[in-house]
Write a protein that binds this ligand. Structure first.
Ligand SMILES: Nc1ncnc2c1ncn2[C@@H]1O[C@H](COP(=O)(O)OP(=O)(O)O)[C@@H](O)[C@H]1O
Ligand SMILES: [Mg+2]
Length: 1011
């Protein structure tokens, strides 16, 4: 070919006008498209055979017809390449069905007979570049979208259309596919498919499909059935089912059809998205259905069937001729030759009218025309005329169409519209649940919420969540949904679209003030916002102090946002940030989270750091731990990635991050954060504090040796104190010792613990604050617990009470565990009721702080209190929660405790098998802890009782022995002596005596709440 013609020369007017009008808004957009490569096979051989002139004519004819096919489906030719061309479907203007369009165009191109071609097709993302006045469009393909299409074209056998698996997923059913040999593209193996013909599907849903259960449309269905009754009485009606794509128009029509069919004839016709240029398209389908014409019937058979039907209705045979002619199935009738086109059209209309009226003669007739917004002019004219018959014919014309299309007949009295509203949350959840394999109601509800009552979106989101095995928020907008929304956005004017995009950057909800400040378009913003409100893209939120707008659909916002180029988004985010900062300076309100959001997405993300830090601090103080982690982590990453220097507050940010991580029992991550702070810390007090924090994290992870080492480092940093000690030194030193006492408790080092207490005592007595006194009392309690082996004396209880009171006086959240320790002490002192109250408060505090450890500890001992009270049901109900929280807190000892108590529950209910399995499992878990745990009796008592019951005295004695040695909790008298005596009797070889002692022990253990 010579110089390639400019696209403006061959693109149909209606398309070029649409493109040029929206050009400014389209340029630089990201679009999902389908790329088609077409190349002529063996053109040089053909040129040699035909001679240059003939060859030129043939090629010219081919290009002309191929281009016509591309344009029929509203594709654009992007490039001519030697003996072929590349076409895009879905850009510059988005089409939700770009892949189908490409496949159908390809089928028609290979069907022409003169020239053999190969075609390759792939779908993917491109960025639209500038669009010239002549419609030439630059674009950048993402990844290998175009490379793969070109590669498939080269690999296609002559006359074949090869498509990628991605495209195949989008056209499956609409065309027939055949698997082909794999193709190598760069490093990748692709399994292409060959398009062998049209498929059976023409619409998204069809009778016989697997569908989600029909729900939430009782009212609408009832209304349609009522209309059918009126029609059956001889008064025809027109009903328009309207709504956004995916709201369920077709499905409702289908369900109605099922109910109507027993009493009425239903004829259905579809308009197609690329069918506006095909005259009579939906009407032909109506006639085909009426006459029983099948998809593959040849023209003469079609003509014969029409004639048969016409005769059956005793209509004039000319009716069949006009219809056959209009649908191009009968050869030119000489009797029509002399007529004007207008006259032919009038007679065709008349023929259609008479056929439809005849169909309604014996039973009511439902004429269902789908997707009227795509109707061709001729069909629309016919329908507008035909409804004149309805007042006196039993015909229901039911049409579906999208919001924004206005049928020409709305003014007539017998016409009405049935607008579909979004489905209710309950109905939405039903659809989502039917698609998910699991029973997670929370997930279903979250997806339902995101799907905004649109069943198509709901299905696609649920499917994506299922297939990607992700939670509702992690799922990217499925391409199918994205396409529907992108096409809807592309139907806006350029000005409206720009506003949608700017608004998408502002967020789901935004204030008019802010939008005005950021708006950089030439047109008046408010007017555009008003239009978008009318088009139902936006809603205005009333009641707020300033005027605010909200995206009606969050998904629309996401799609508009995703369609923009990164550079443009960054620019806008930066401007929003600047405007907000300006507001902030004026003390308008506190925007730190919003500022952090916008600046992180701007071209200068480091500007977000102070706001991320502030947002993190705020979240930390509110115990919104996950949010705090997100903000702090982003700040840390930004600092580490973007700059070599560390700003002065880097250490503080890392420390804050560590603290919240520790609350959630993420000990290793917390340690990592503390180490970063340590690396920047020069002040000895700061260093000491951080070593203590590290020690706590090591302790949390049950690494006690490392935890002690951190305390040593802390003391090293502090150095020896002066005499008398300087207050700041003293409080740091005491903080180190508090942590040491905790470790000595775990390590069961009673002597060391006692020595430390005596070192601390004079200092605390002389200088201690409320908080320090509280900690000291707690240290006393811990020492007593170990020394007395968890038998609580009155004195120990008093220490715990004093610790709790001092902590309340200090009002210090770090002393959460004073409450817990008090509750625990009460419990083993035998004050069950008070103990439960205190533990309950401790649980609530733990929940308020989001502290996983406190929650787990409190819940566990509430469960133990219930066991001691003998409340089997309460314990059973608590077990799952205790296990779940223990896992969250990474506290295996408490998980084991839940299992030990599950054993007790099973034993109480006579299920000895479960009791034995669980008891042994709990002992095994405790046995694998890095320290020796001390509540083995919880698992051992049921085992003793069961062994005794089956008279396995040796077993029973061994289990009983397990409850005696340190550090096991001392048993209360008289059980302790009984168990002791039993074990001694066994060792002395007196089994009968052993059995007797144990029997008495078990009996008393039941009374004391052990069993
Ligand atoms: N009321 C409903 N209950 C359950 N599923 C529905 C309902 N309405 C629609 N669907 C499903 O949602 C999808 C989209 O519906 P469809 O009727 O094709 O939408 P529209 O014709 O309005 O674009 C289909 O898969 C359909 O089965
Ligand atoms: Mg539909």
């Amino acid at each position: 070919m010579g110089a390639a013609p400019a696209p403006a020369g061959y693109t149909p007017r209606h398309i070029s006008e649409q493109i040029l009008a929206g050009r400014s808004a389209i340029e630089g957009e990201r679009k999902q498209v389908t790329v088609l490569f077409c190349d002529i096979v063996a053109s040089s051989a053909m040129a040699a055979e035909l001679g240059p002139e003939e060859f030129h004519l043939v090629i010219d004819r081919f290009f002309r017809s191929a281009l016509a096919e591309v344009h029929r489906y509203e594709g654009t030719i992007n490039q001519f390449l030697g003996d072929g061309f590349m076409a895009l479907f879905g850009a510059p203007i988005a089409h939700e069905d770009h892949a189908q369009r490409a496949a159908l165009a390809a089928l028609r191109i290979v069907a022409q007979e003169e020239v053999t071609v190969r075609i390759g097709i792939n779908s993917g993302l491109v960025v639209v570049g500038t669009i010239g006045d002549d419609l030439r469009m630059d674009y950048t393909a993402f990844g290998d979208t175009t490379v793969l299409a070109a590669r498939l074209q080269a690999a296609a056998p002559p006359g074949a259309v090869l498509i990628s698996p991605k495209t195949a997923g989008l056209v499956d059913g609409y065309v027939q596919l055949e698997e082909m040999a794999p193709v190598q593209v760069k490093e990748r193996t692709v399994h292409p498919l060959r398009v062998t013909g049209l498929g059976t599907r023409t619409t998204r849903i069809a009778a016989g499909d697997r569908m989600s259960p029909f729900t939430g449309r009782d009212r609408e269905l009832g209304e349609l059935l009522r209309m059918l009754e009126i029609v059956a009485d001889g008064e025809g009606q027109v009903v328009g089912l309207t709504g956004d794509p995916g709201l369920g128009k077709s499905r409702l029509a289908l369900e109605f059809r099922r109910l109507a069919e027993p009493t009425a004839t239903v004829l259905q016709g579809h308009c197609l998205s690329y069918g506006a240029s095909v005259a009579y398209l939906p009407l032909f389908e109506l006639v085909r259905n009426a006459c029983g014409i099948a998809a593959g019937d040849p023209p003469d058979l079609i003509a014969a069937r029409i004639e048969l039907r016409v005769k059956a209705h005793e209509l004039d045979v000319s009716v069949a001729h006009y219809l056959g002619h209009a649908f191009g199935v009968t050869p030119a009738d000489p009797s029509l030759a002399g007529l004007e086109p207008q006259a032919i059209r009038a007679r065709t209309f008349d023929a259609l009218r008479r056929l439809l009226l005849a169909e309604a003669r014996h039973r009511p007739l439902v004429v269902l025309v789908e997707d009227l917004h795509w109707i061709d002019q001729t069909s629309e004219d016919f329908l507008a005329e035909f409804i004149g018959e309805l007042p006196s014919a039993p015909i229901l014309l039911l049409a579906t169409y999208r919001v924004g299309y206005y049928p020409p007949w709305t003014s007539r009295s017998f016409t009405s519209q049935l607008p579909l509203r979004p489905l209710s949350p309950a109905a939405s959840e039903r659809i989502v649940a039917s698609m998910l394999h699991h029973e997670d109601r929370g997930a279903a509800a979250a997806i339902a919420e995101r799907g905004e009552g649109n069943p198509f979106f709901l299905e696609e989101l649920a499917r994506a969540s299922r297939d990607q095995a992700k939670g509702p928020e992690g799922v990217t907008v499925p391409e199918t949904v994205q396409q529907v929304l992108a096409a809807r956005i592309d139907r806006l004017t350029a000005g409206q679209k720009t506003v949608v995009q700017v608004a998408a950057v502002l967020g789901r909800e935004f204030s008019l003030d802010l939008a005005e400040e950021v708006w950089d378009g030439g047109e008046p913003l408010e007017a555009r916002l008003q239009e978008l409100k009318e088009l139902e893209f936006l809603r205005e939120r009333h009641g707020a102090a300033d005027r605010r707008f909200v995206f009606k659909h969050a998904l629309t916002r996401e799609v508009a946002y995703d369609s923009m180029l990164q550079a443009r988004r960054r620019d806008l985010h930066g401007r929003v940030g600047a405007v907000l900062e300006h507001f902030q300076a004026g003390q308008r309100f506190d925007h730190c989270e919003l500022l952090a959001y916008h600046y992180t997405r701007s071209a200068e993300p480091t500007r977000a750091i102070p706001y991320l830090t502030a947002a993190g601090d705020r979240a930390k103080d509110r115990y919104a731990n996950e949010e705090a982690i997100a903000s702090y982590s982003q700040a840390v990453t930004l600092i580490e990635e973007r700059s070599d220097s560390r700003p002065y507050d880097y250490g503080a940010i890392c420390e804050g991050l560590g603290i919240v991580l520790e609350r959630l029992s993420r000990f290793d991550a917390a340690l990592g954060a503390y180490r970063k702070t340590l690396a920047t810390a020069c002040d000895p007090f700061q260093q000491a504090r951080l070593h203590v924090l590290c020690s706590e994290a090591e302790e949390g992870a049950h690494r006690f040796v490392e935890a002690v080492a951190q305390c040593d480092l802390a003391e090293q940093a502090l150095g020896p104190g002066s005499d008398p000690p300087e207050p700041r030194w003293l409080s740091s030193w005491l903080a180190v010792q508090d942590q040491r006492m905790m470790l000595l408790y775990w390590l069961n080092d009673i002597a060391g613990h006692a020595r430390l207490i005596e070192r601390m005592r004079p200092l605390v007595q002389a200088h201690g604050s409320a908080e320090q006194r509280a900690s000291f009392f707690l240290g006393l309690v811990q020492l007593a617990l170990r020394r007395d082996r968890f038998l609580i004396t009155d004195e120990t209880l008093e220490f715990a009470r004093a610790a709790s009171a001092a902590a309340q006086e200090a009002d210090s959240p770090p002393l959460w565990w004073s409450g817990f320790t008090f509750g625990f002490t009460l419990l083993f002192h035998g004050d069950l009721d008070e103990g439960r109250v205190v533990l309950q408060e401790s649980l609530e505090e733990g929940e308020r702080q989001g502290d996983a450890g406190t929650q787990s500890r409190s819940l566990t001992y509430l469960m133990v209190a219930d066991r001691i009270r003998g409340d089997v049901d309460a314990v059973r109900n608590a077990i799952d929660t205790v296990i779940e929280r223990a896992r969250k807190a990474a506290l295996a000892e408490y998980e084991a405790m839940a299992i030990a108590n599950r054993a007790w529950v099973a034993w109480r209910r006579g299920d000895e098998e479960t009791a034995a399995t669980d008891a042994l499992a709990a002992l095994d878990m405790w046995g694998r802890l890095p320290i020796r745990y001390f509540f083995d009796w919880m698992a051992l008592w049921p085992l003793v009782a069961m062994a005794l019951g089956s008279r396995q005295i040796d077993q029973a004695a061994e289990y009983a022995r397990g409850m005696l040695p340190p550090p096991q909790q001392l048993l209360q008298e008289p059980v302790r002596t009984l168990v002791d005596s039993a074990v001694q009797a066994w060792d002395a070889g007196r089994p009968a005596e052993t059995e007797e002692f144990l029997a008495r022990a078990v009996h008393v253990a039941g009374e004391l709440g052990y069993l």
